[in-house]
Write a new protein. Structure first.
Length: 93
């Protein structure tokens, strides 16, 4: 069997490599933070349809068939959909 490959770098190059890796990780974390939708709720049929991957008409039919949604008394014309409830409805449907 052969020995595992081992690379020894001078301290200056080790430090530079460490900085590059840290910059890459920070950049990736910033990208995730800026491009993730951390909200567990979707506002309106348009966002729900985009989440599901269907038309708003299909969301209307799913709501009529029993898919749960929420309405705030302060905003009675806005439907809110829970991603977890949508997932459960689709998997149970």
């Amino acid at each position: 069997m052969s020995e595992p490959l081992s690379v020894t770098l001078p301290q200056e190059q080790t430090d530079e490599l460490r900085q590059q890796i840290q910059a890459l990780v920070n950049s990736a974390l910033e990208h995730v933070k800026n491009h993730s939708d951390a909200s567990p709720f979707l506002r309106g049929k348009t966002q729900a349809s985009a989440y599901i991957g269907c038309s708003t008409d299909s969301v209307t039919r799913m709501v009529a068939a029993g898919m749960p949604y929420h309405v705030l008394p302060e905003l009675p014309s806005m439907m809110l959909f829970s991603k977890a409830e949508i997932d459960a409805y689709i998997l149970g449907a």
